[in-house]
Design a binder for this molecule. Structure first.
Ligand code: NAD
Ligand code: DAU
Length: 338
């Protein structure tokens, strides 16, 4: 099988390419990635001499490039996106371009080239947020995005589903909760906290730190995508979740404990994220019953493993905290501390 993976130089896409090339000897992967600030070819350096892997630097909004690549593969696994909520607060235009127009460009190419199998990676954020005691989101929950990021992902999901009904494109969608693990860009809470603690810097906690996320190790997410791609029912959506409900404060506390730091020295409360979603939780009964998927890694095991990875891979993340990211970080941080 020949796969076109979009956004494979990002966090989940890179982990997915490792998973596929390690598991299937006869699979080929073409990775199209624009190499935005979040894309990093170092994450896939071990495959650079493997003839099963090809990297193409390109934009998924570029119809000509996308058309050519789609014509060469059997299936598309679509990760490419602007993915950080805080950045969508500062500026949303790129989110609409890549997440909506980019997805549409891929869908058009998939229809044109014999209705290629299309798997779309989405998020639980499209359903909005939950009160403390509300039941988890399911595949039937109403869409209610509350940030420019989640609104653009919702737009993409609607397009993908519309192409199934209108053009009979063989699609599937997964809506997953918060991932963590290796190759996670250090702007998101877990890798930011780990690397800041390692550098002796403070960890900014938004608001009171009482928001709740449902964390899933990225390898469990990749296994779910693999299953849905091969065995999922065409036209269907699958919720993918981690069975965890810690507060942001308790996640940072766990990381402080693993790294042996002093909470008093590390934690800094800053202004809240505008429109901050309070809680995410997704019910994964459907994928469990239909495809026998469930998370394998516990949160405590996964956090320890992730800390070890960042300790052993300073050469991967240290350069990322300089340059344009530093500028963004300072801008975002300033907006929360003045
Ligand atoms: P990421 O930001 O780490 O990676 C995104 C990748 O897409 C980068 O390599 C970037 O260079 C590339 N990209 C951006 N714009 C592009 C364009 N126009 N053309 C080609 N490539 C482009 O994101 P991630 O965390 O790996 O998320 C991957 C996907 O999974 C996204 O669709 C996201 O919405 C979804 N998702 C993420 C999470 C999470 O917790 N990280 C959870 C659920 C769903
Ligand atoms: O639910 C899935 C989503 O999870 C994905 O669709 C997104 O692409 C991904 O970025 C993630 O979104 P979040 O906004 O939940 O992730 P983030 O790591 O940015 O923040 C996690 C929580 O921690 C959130 O409540 C905000 C808070 N936070 C974040 C940062 C970066 C802080 O308190 N301090 C911080 O410095």
């Amino acid at each position: 099988m020949k796969l076109l993976v979009t956004g494979g130089a990002g966090f989940i896409g890179a982990n997915f390419i490792h998973h596929i090339l390690e598991k299937y000897d006869d699979y080929h992967v073409i990775n199209i990635d624009k190499l935005t600030y979040a894309g990093n070819q170092q994450s896939l350096a071990r495959w650079s001499d493997d003839d099963r892997y090809r990297f193409v630097e390109g934009d998924i909004c570029d119809q000509e490039v996308v058309d050519d690549l789609v014509s060469q593969v059997d299936a598309i696994v679509h990760f490419a996106a602007e993915s950080h909520v805080d950045r969508s607060v500062l500026s949303a235009r790129e989110f609409a371009m890549t997440n909506v127009v980019g997805t549409l460009t891929l869908l058009d190419a998939a229809v044109k080239h014999d209705k290629k199998r299309f798997h779309h990676i989405s998020t639980d954020e499209v359903f909005g947020h939950l009160a403390l005691d509300a039941p988890a989101f399911t595949e039937e929950s109403q869409y209610h995005p509350r940030s420019p990021y989640s609104a653009s992902k919702a737009g993409a999901d609607h397009m993908v589903r519309a192409y199934f009904y209108t053009h009979e494109l063989p699609i599937t969608i997964t809506n997953c909760t918060n991932n963590y693990g290796p190759y996670h860009f250090p702007e998101k809470l877990i890798p930011l906290a780990i690397t800041n603690i390692m550098e002796g810097k403070k960890v900014p906690i938004y608001g009171k730190g009482n928001q709740i996320r449902d964390w899933l190790h990225v390898t469990d997410h990749c296994k779910a995508i693999d299953l849905v791609l091969h065995e999922g029912e065409i036209g269907e959506t699958y919720g993918v979740g981690g069975d965890n409900q810690p507060t942001n404060f308790s996640i940072v506390e766990k990381l402080i404990a693993i790294l042996g730091a002093d909470p008093e020295e590390v934690i800094e409360y800053v202004a809240d994220r505008p429109g901050h979603d309070f809680r995410y939780d997704i019910d994964y009964t459907k994928i469990k019953q239909e495809l026998s998927w469930e998370p394998e890694m516990t949160l405590d095991e996964g956090l320890k493993e992730t800390v070890t990875w960042y300790q052993e891979n300073k050469a991967w993340w240290k350069p990322l905290k300089e340059g344009s990211y530093k500028e963004y970080y300072e801008k975002n941080y300033k907006s929360k501390t003045v």
